[in-house]
Design a protein. Structure first.
Length: 423
């Protein structure tokens, strides 16, 4: 049965005890969500977005063009896609906590290995494998976050947002670790990979402990906290195809920004201190975003939350492409950081609102697959555009994809015939 420490108060308790118990249990749920969010920091903050900080020294040292530099993120996204497909099979027989733990361990080891090689092709292979490991972390963590949200329904939007917002911890810490560990020597960027791997290992210990606690608390995922049976009707993915398409456009557009924004700022003549400050601001804004958008995730049951967030991201992406000034960069970082992981969280909220609990894993995985496809296309295409027309033009195309994603998601309606609220 679900752990009574996490579940909110029961009807046979006195009102005073119910209130005190509910407050305590909500605090515990939030703490678990924050601890679990360090898995998100591993999967995206360290394993994916830290590469933007490493791209300039690696590009210079290894003689890459922007298409080759973008191919590294494409390789990572390909691995992410393969990991998402693997999750769809493995999750039928393996608990999310086990997949989460395996992904954390594999990602930390692969990040360390990335610091031991300098051959482009070998690095590409390692980026593919790292992407696969991070997908296991991110998707299984999303399932665990959705379960935790159902055990504390009053904070469901906040809990989901806290998990995804944890990516910001990885971004902020990367902005400190990478500049400190990239040395002015041949292949001096390798030490940064070791530092990031160590950070992954530390975060993994905390996140895995939280995953264990959540899975224990939700040991009967086919029931709600009140014990009511949920419908088991399969919901065809075609019924939320517009949301999936909008999210695919998000994958293309946001990854173009996250891959090349640091290179754009450096090419615009901004100092290393300004770039590091930009990345810290972006990371902090990502963490804070959980509270900013939690109400929206609770209220919006269709694709409107994703549409709004995509539209804001399009604006944030255009700003540094048009205005080459540190203030514009920081404004862009605040808006982008405060929005982009909430777009990811909005898809988990959509799944929780619209699908029975037995389909949460497959629903989250469906969004993960289109997300991964978008990330495969984004870095290489935007990289080629940047090689021919400059980084600013590449970001304009990224913004256009985000705007298209907003338009598609706006037309996605709630699935009214499915029991949506699990609380």
């Amino acid at each position: 049965m679900p752990n009574p420490e996490i579940i909110e108060s029961r009807a046979d308790c006195p009102p005073e005890s119910q209130a005190a118990s509910a407050s305590t249990n909500r605090s515990k749920a939030r703490r678990l969500a924050v601890s679990l969010s360090l898995g998100s920091a591993i999967a995206l903050g360290f394993a994916r977005f830290a590469y933007a900080l490493l791209l300039p020294p690696m590009k210079l040292d290894l003689g890459w063009n922007f298409a080759q530099a973008g191919a590294m993120n494409t390789a990572n996204a390909l691995g992410y896609l393969l990991g998402a497909f693997a999750f769809s099979r493995l999750s039928r027989q393996t608990a999310p906590r086990t997949l989460f733990t395996a992904g954390c361990v594999a990602t930390a080891l692969l990040m360390a290995l990335s610091g031991t090689v300098t051959q482009t092709n070998t690095l590409l292979v390692l980026r593919v494998l790292t992407g696969a490991g991070s997908a296991l972390v991110f998707v299984s963590g999303g399932v665990l976050a959705a379960r935790l949200a159902s055990l504390s329904p009053r904070d469901s939007g906040l809990i989901i947002g806290l998990y995804y917002g944890g990516t910001g911890w990885g971004i902020a810490l990367s902005s400190i670790l990478v500049p400190l560990t990239v040395f002015p020597e041949t292949h001096g960027w390798r030490y940064a990979w070791f530092a990031l791997a160590a950070a992954c290992a530390v975060c993994a210990m905390v996140a895995v402990s939280a995953a264990r606690g959540i899975e224990t608390a939700s040991s009967k995922p086919a029931t709600t906290y009140a014990g009511r049976a949920l419908p088991h009707r399969a919901v065809a993915r075609s019924r939320f195809a517009l949301a999936l398409a909008g999210y695919g456009c998000f994958g293309v557009g946001y990854i173009g920004y996250m891959t090349f924004i640091v290179a754009l700022l450096r090419n615009a003549g901004m100092s290393a201190a300004v770039v590091s400050g930009f990345y810290v601001v972006l990371g902090v804004a990502t963490v804070v975003s959980a509270r900013v958008w939690s109400g929206l995730l609770d209220r919006m049951r269709g694709g409107q939350a994703l549409a709004l967030l995509n539209a804001l991201l399009a604006v944030a992406t255009l700003v540094p492409a048009v205005f080459a000034h540190p203030l514009a960069a920081f404004a862009s970082g605040v808006l982008f950081g405060g929005t982009f992981l909430s777009a990811v969280a909005s898809t988990t909220a959509f799944v929780r609102h619209n699908l029975p609990v037995t389909q949460w894993a497959s629903g989250i995985n469906a969004f993960t697959i289109v997300f991964a496809v978008g990330q495969i296309v984004g870095p290489t295409v935007i990289g080629r555009i940047s090689d021919s027309g400059g980084l600013s033009r590449g970001l304009v195309y990224s913004a256009a994809m985000l705007a298209l994603g907003a338009a598609l998601a706006a037309w996605q309606k709630p699935l009214d015939d499915v029991v949506r609220r699990q609380d």
